[in-house]
Design a binder for this molecule. Structure first.
Ligand SMILES: Cc1cc2nc3c(=O)[nH]c(=O)nc-3n(C[C@H](O)[C@H](O)[C@H](O)COP(=O)(O)OP(=O)(O)OC[C@H]3O[C@@H](n4cnc5c(N)ncnc54)[C@H](O)[C@@H]3O)c2cc1C
Length: 275
Protein backbone atom coordinates (compact mmCIF):
# COMPACT_ATOMS: atom_id res chain seq x y z
CA UNK A 1 0.00 0.00 0.00
CA UNK A 2 1.30 3.47 -0.94
CA UNK A 3 2.18 5.80 1.95
CA UNK A 4 0.45 9.17 2.00
CA UNK A 5 2.59 12.26 2.48
CA UNK A 6 2.24 15.73 3.99
CA UNK A 7 4.48 18.78 3.48
CA UNK A 8 5.68 21.28 6.09
CA UNK A 9 8.28 24.00 6.33
CA UNK A 10 9.71 22.53 9.53
CA UNK A 11 9.16 19.12 11.09
CA UNK A 12 10.18 18.55 14.69
CA UNK A 13 10.56 14.98 15.94
CA UNK A 14 10.02 14.81 19.71
CA UNK A 15 7.87 16.87 22.08
CA UNK A 16 10.20 17.32 25.03
CA UNK A 17 11.45 20.70 26.30
CA UNK A 18 13.89 21.01 23.37
CA UNK A 19 11.45 20.25 20.54
CA UNK A 20 8.64 22.34 22.02
CA UNK A 21 10.91 25.32 22.72
CA UNK A 22 12.23 25.16 19.16
CA UNK A 23 8.66 25.10 17.81
CA UNK A 24 7.70 28.14 19.90
CA UNK A 25 10.85 30.04 18.90
CA UNK A 26 10.24 29.37 15.20
CA UNK A 27 6.69 30.69 15.45
CA UNK A 28 7.92 33.80 17.31
CA UNK A 29 10.55 34.45 14.61
CA UNK A 30 8.04 33.89 11.82
CA UNK A 31 5.60 36.33 13.45
CA UNK A 32 8.36 38.95 13.85
CA UNK A 33 9.25 38.56 10.15
CA UNK A 34 5.52 38.54 9.23
CA UNK A 35 5.94 35.19 7.47
CA UNK A 36 3.86 32.05 7.49
CA UNK A 37 5.96 29.08 8.57
CA UNK A 38 4.22 25.71 9.05
CA UNK A 39 5.71 23.86 11.96
CA UNK A 40 4.68 20.28 12.66
CA UNK A 41 5.77 18.38 15.78
CA UNK A 42 5.31 14.65 16.31
CA UNK A 43 5.53 12.98 19.72
CA UNK A 44 5.50 9.23 20.28
CA UNK A 45 3.80 9.52 23.70
CA UNK A 46 -0.01 9.37 23.74
CA UNK A 47 0.03 13.02 24.83
CA UNK A 48 2.66 15.71 25.30
CA UNK A 49 4.45 15.11 28.60
CA UNK A 50 3.48 11.43 28.85
CA UNK A 51 7.05 10.22 28.21
CA UNK A 52 8.86 12.88 30.24
CA UNK A 53 9.86 11.45 33.59
CA UNK A 54 12.63 13.59 34.98
CA UNK A 55 11.97 14.93 38.46
CA UNK A 56 13.63 18.15 37.93
CA UNK A 57 15.24 21.15 39.44
CA UNK A 58 14.87 23.66 36.66
CA UNK A 59 16.93 26.74 35.91
CA UNK A 60 14.39 29.21 34.47
CA UNK A 61 16.99 31.16 32.45
CA UNK A 62 16.08 29.69 29.05
CA UNK A 63 12.35 30.06 29.74
CA UNK A 64 12.88 33.71 30.77
CA UNK A 65 14.32 34.27 27.30
CA UNK A 66 11.72 32.22 25.42
CA UNK A 67 8.51 33.28 27.18
CA UNK A 68 9.35 36.13 29.59
CA UNK A 69 5.74 36.26 30.81
CA UNK A 70 5.64 32.53 31.74
CA UNK A 71 4.23 33.29 35.19
CA UNK A 72 1.24 35.16 33.71
CA UNK A 73 0.79 32.35 31.19
CA UNK A 74 0.14 29.94 34.07
CA UNK A 75 3.32 27.85 33.82
CA UNK A 76 3.29 24.94 36.32
CA UNK A 77 6.54 26.29 37.77
CA UNK A 78 5.67 27.52 41.23
CA UNK A 79 7.95 25.90 43.81
CA UNK A 80 11.12 27.94 44.16
CA UNK A 81 14.09 26.15 45.68
CA UNK A 82 14.15 27.09 49.36
CA UNK A 83 17.21 25.18 50.57
CA UNK A 84 20.04 23.03 49.20
CA UNK A 85 21.55 20.19 51.20
CA UNK A 86 24.32 17.84 50.14
CA UNK A 87 24.80 14.77 52.33
CA UNK A 88 27.63 12.22 52.44
CA UNK A 89 25.93 9.02 53.56
CA UNK A 90 27.47 6.13 55.45
CA UNK A 91 25.71 2.97 56.53
CA UNK A 92 24.87 4.53 59.89
CA UNK A 93 24.43 8.24 59.28
CA UNK A 94 24.80 11.36 57.19
CA UNK A 95 27.25 14.25 57.20
CA UNK A 96 26.21 17.52 55.54
CA UNK A 97 28.80 19.20 53.33
CA UNK A 98 28.83 23.00 53.90
CA UNK A 99 27.22 24.74 50.92
CA UNK A 100 30.26 27.02 50.59
CA UNK A 101 32.27 23.95 49.50
CA UNK A 102 29.79 22.77 46.85
CA UNK A 103 30.25 23.28 43.10
CA UNK A 104 27.76 25.61 41.39
CA UNK A 105 25.71 22.72 39.96
CA UNK A 106 24.54 21.87 43.50
CA UNK A 107 23.58 25.46 44.39
CA UNK A 108 20.04 26.00 43.17
CA UNK A 109 19.12 29.43 44.50
CA UNK A 110 16.66 30.97 41.98
CA UNK A 111 15.79 27.60 40.43
CA UNK A 112 12.47 25.77 40.67
CA UNK A 113 11.42 22.23 41.57
CA UNK A 114 9.07 21.09 38.81
CA UNK A 115 7.35 18.07 37.34
CA UNK A 116 8.90 18.24 33.91
CA UNK A 117 6.00 16.31 32.34
CA UNK A 118 3.64 19.10 33.41
CA UNK A 119 6.04 21.75 32.10
CA UNK A 120 6.18 19.95 28.74
CA UNK A 121 2.38 19.72 28.61
CA UNK A 122 2.11 23.45 29.27
CA UNK A 123 4.79 24.24 26.63
CA UNK A 124 2.75 22.13 24.21
CA UNK A 125 -0.34 24.25 24.92
CA UNK A 126 1.67 27.44 24.27
CA UNK A 127 3.02 26.01 21.01
CA UNK A 128 -0.43 24.94 19.85
CA UNK A 129 -1.85 28.39 20.63
CA UNK A 130 0.82 29.83 18.33
CA UNK A 131 -0.26 27.53 15.51
CA UNK A 132 2.19 24.64 15.79
CA UNK A 133 0.56 21.43 14.54
CA UNK A 134 1.17 18.84 17.23
CA UNK A 135 0.56 15.15 16.60
CA UNK A 136 0.90 13.05 19.75
CA UNK A 137 0.84 9.27 19.39
CA UNK A 138 3.05 9.34 16.30
CA UNK A 139 6.60 8.01 16.46
CA UNK A 140 9.11 8.89 13.78
CA UNK A 141 10.14 5.40 12.65
CA UNK A 142 12.37 6.04 9.66
CA UNK A 143 14.41 8.98 8.34
CA UNK A 144 13.62 9.85 4.70
CA UNK A 145 16.37 11.03 2.34
CA UNK A 146 16.12 12.76 -1.03
CA UNK A 147 18.11 11.71 -4.13
CA UNK A 148 21.05 13.86 -3.05
CA UNK A 149 21.13 12.04 0.31
CA UNK A 150 19.80 14.98 2.36
CA UNK A 151 17.21 14.46 5.09
CA UNK A 152 13.75 15.31 3.73
CA UNK A 153 11.58 14.25 6.66
CA UNK A 154 10.52 11.13 8.49
CA UNK A 155 7.97 8.36 8.09
CA UNK A 156 5.77 7.29 10.99
CA UNK A 157 5.44 3.58 11.77
CA UNK A 158 2.92 1.25 10.16
CA UNK A 159 -0.11 0.44 12.33
CA UNK A 160 -1.97 -2.86 12.62
CA UNK A 161 1.02 -5.11 11.96
CA UNK A 162 0.56 -8.61 13.40
CA UNK A 163 2.98 -10.39 15.73
CA UNK A 164 4.37 -12.21 12.74
CA UNK A 165 5.33 -8.84 11.21
CA UNK A 166 2.72 -9.22 8.46
CA UNK A 167 -0.08 -6.66 7.87
CA UNK A 168 -3.26 -7.54 9.83
CA UNK A 169 -6.91 -6.65 9.01
CA UNK A 170 -6.52 -3.10 10.44
CA UNK A 171 -3.23 -2.46 8.70
CA UNK A 172 -2.47 1.18 7.91
CA UNK A 173 0.83 2.17 6.39
CA UNK A 174 2.74 5.00 8.09
CA UNK A 175 2.63 8.57 6.80
CA UNK A 176 5.52 10.35 5.12
CA UNK A 177 6.09 13.79 6.66
CA UNK A 178 8.23 15.90 4.35
CA UNK A 179 9.82 19.20 5.37
CA UNK A 180 12.36 21.75 4.22
CA UNK A 181 14.01 21.35 7.62
CA UNK A 182 13.73 18.42 10.01
CA UNK A 183 14.76 18.97 13.59
CA UNK A 184 15.47 15.88 15.70
CA UNK A 185 14.65 16.46 19.38
CA UNK A 186 14.27 12.86 20.55
CA UNK A 187 16.25 13.32 23.76
CA UNK A 188 19.40 11.35 24.44
CA UNK A 189 20.03 8.13 22.48
CA UNK A 190 17.09 8.73 20.14
CA UNK A 191 16.27 5.89 17.78
CA UNK A 192 16.48 8.08 14.65
CA UNK A 193 19.33 10.14 16.11
CA UNK A 194 21.45 7.01 16.39
CA UNK A 195 20.81 6.12 12.73
CA UNK A 196 21.79 9.69 11.72
CA UNK A 197 24.96 9.49 13.82
CA UNK A 198 25.92 6.31 11.98
CA UNK A 199 24.99 7.55 8.47
CA UNK A 200 26.70 10.95 8.74
CA UNK A 201 29.49 9.77 11.06
CA UNK A 202 28.46 12.43 13.59
CA UNK A 203 30.34 10.92 16.50
CA UNK A 204 33.74 11.04 14.77
CA UNK A 205 36.12 13.02 17.02
CA UNK A 206 33.50 13.10 19.81
CA UNK A 207 34.19 11.81 23.30
CA UNK A 208 32.86 8.29 23.92
CA UNK A 209 29.32 8.19 25.25
CA UNK A 210 28.99 7.61 28.99
CA UNK A 211 25.97 5.85 30.48
CA UNK A 212 24.13 5.93 33.78
CA UNK A 213 21.07 4.22 35.11
CA UNK A 214 18.50 6.48 36.79
CA UNK A 215 15.57 5.32 38.89
CA UNK A 216 12.90 7.79 39.91
CA UNK A 217 9.64 7.66 41.85
CA UNK A 218 7.16 10.28 42.98
CA UNK A 219 6.24 9.90 46.67
CA UNK A 220 3.52 11.57 48.73
CA UNK A 221 4.95 11.95 52.23
CA UNK A 222 3.88 12.90 55.74
CA UNK A 223 3.17 16.69 55.64
CA UNK A 224 5.22 17.08 58.85
CA UNK A 225 8.33 15.96 56.96
CA UNK A 226 7.64 17.94 53.81
CA UNK A 227 9.42 21.22 53.06
CA UNK A 228 8.41 22.65 49.67
CA UNK A 229 11.47 23.66 47.66
CA UNK A 230 13.97 21.58 49.67
CA UNK A 231 16.59 19.98 47.39
CA UNK A 232 18.70 17.17 48.87
CA UNK A 233 21.50 15.38 47.03
CA UNK A 234 23.58 12.58 48.45
CA UNK A 235 26.70 10.59 47.62
CA UNK A 236 28.27 7.61 49.35
CA UNK A 237 26.30 4.71 50.86
CA UNK A 238 24.96 2.36 49.55
CA UNK A 239 27.58 2.83 46.82
CA UNK A 240 31.23 2.15 47.50
CA UNK A 241 33.86 4.87 47.08
CA UNK A 242 34.86 3.43 43.68
CA UNK A 243 31.34 3.75 42.19
CA UNK A 244 30.02 6.96 40.69
CA UNK A 245 26.45 7.92 41.60
CA UNK A 246 24.12 9.31 44.23
CA UNK A 247 20.57 10.18 45.10
CA UNK A 248 18.21 13.14 44.94
CA UNK A 249 15.12 14.19 46.90
CA UNK A 250 13.24 17.14 45.43
CA UNK A 251 10.34 18.42 47.56
CA UNK A 252 7.56 19.60 45.22
CA UNK A 253 4.18 21.08 46.08
CA UNK A 254 1.31 19.10 47.69
CA UNK A 255 3.54 16.94 49.96
CA UNK A 256 5.13 15.31 46.92
CA UNK A 257 8.78 14.37 46.74
CA UNK A 258 10.61 13.26 43.63
CA UNK A 259 12.99 10.52 44.78
CA UNK A 260 15.78 9.32 42.55
CA UNK A 261 18.96 7.31 42.44
CA UNK A 262 21.55 7.39 39.64
CA UNK A 263 24.50 5.05 39.12
CA UNK A 264 27.18 5.37 36.45
CA UNK A 265 27.18 2.19 34.40
CA UNK A 266 30.96 1.80 34.54
CA UNK A 267 30.85 0.15 37.98
CA UNK A 268 33.29 -2.72 38.35
CA UNK A 269 31.35 -4.92 40.81
CA UNK A 270 29.17 -7.16 38.60
CA UNK A 271 26.92 -7.99 41.60
CA UNK A 272 25.91 -4.35 42.17
CA UNK A 273 22.20 -3.86 41.49
CA UNK A 274 21.04 -0.23 41.47
CA UNK A 275 17.46 -1.46 41.95
C1 LIG B 1 15.98 10.78 36.22
C2 LIG B 1 16.34 12.09 35.56
C3 LIG B 1 16.47 13.25 36.32
C4 LIG B 1 16.79 14.46 35.72
N1 LIG B 1 16.86 15.58 36.50
C5 LIG B 1 17.08 16.79 35.94
C6 LIG B 1 17.10 17.97 36.74
O1 LIG B 1 16.89 17.94 37.94
N2 LIG B 1 17.31 19.16 36.12
C7 LIG B 1 17.53 19.24 34.77
O2 LIG B 1 17.72 20.37 34.25
N3 LIG B 1 17.53 18.13 33.98
C8 LIG B 1 17.31 16.92 34.54
N4 LIG B 1 17.32 15.79 33.74
C9 LIG B 1 17.63 15.94 32.32
C10 LIG B 1 16.42 16.42 31.54
O3 LIG B 1 15.35 15.54 31.77
C11 LIG B 1 16.78 16.42 30.04
O4 LIG B 1 17.92 17.22 29.83
C12 LIG B 1 15.65 16.97 29.19
O5 LIG B 1 14.46 16.24 29.41
C13 LIG B 1 16.04 16.89 27.72
O6 LIG B 1 15.00 17.44 26.94
P1 LIG B 1 14.81 16.99 25.43
O7 LIG B 1 13.63 17.73 24.91
O8 LIG B 1 16.09 17.10 24.71
O9 LIG B 1 14.50 15.42 25.49
P2 LIG B 1 13.40 14.59 26.28
O10 LIG B 1 12.91 15.30 27.48
O11 LIG B 1 13.96 13.21 26.42
O12 LIG B 1 12.17 14.56 25.24
C14 LIG B 1 12.21 13.82 24.05
C15 LIG B 1 10.78 13.59 23.59
O13 LIG B 1 10.82 13.04 22.27
C16 LIG B 1 9.94 11.93 22.18
N5 LIG B 1 10.52 11.06 21.14
C17 LIG B 1 11.70 10.39 21.19
N6 LIG B 1 11.90 9.73 20.05
C18 LIG B 1 10.85 10.00 19.24
C19 LIG B 1 10.50 9.60 17.90
N7 LIG B 1 11.28 8.82 17.17
N8 LIG B 1 9.31 10.05 17.39
C20 LIG B 1 8.49 10.86 18.13
N9 LIG B 1 8.78 11.25 19.40
C21 LIG B 1 9.94 10.85 19.94
C22 LIG B 1 9.94 11.33 23.58
O14 LIG B 1 8.76 10.58 23.82
C23 LIG B 1 10.02 12.59 24.45
O15 LIG B 1 8.74 13.09 24.75
C24 LIG B 1 17.02 14.54 34.32
C25 LIG B 1 16.89 13.38 33.53
C26 LIG B 1 16.57 12.17 34.14
C27 LIG B 1 16.43 10.94 33.27
Amino acid sequence: MQRESMEFDVLIVGGGPAGLSAAIRLKQMAAAAQREVDVCLIEKGAEIGAHILSGAVMDPRALNELLPDWKDLGAPITTEVSEDRFLMLSETGARQIPNSLLPDCFLNHGNYVVRLGNVAKWLGEQAEAMGVEIYPGFAGAEVLYDEAGAVMGVATGDMGVGRDGEPGPNYQPGMELHAKYTLFAEGCRGHLGKSLEAKFNLRANADPQTYGLGIKELWEIDPAKHQAGLVVHSAGWPLGSDTYGGSFLYHLEENLVSVGFVVGLNYSNPHLSPY
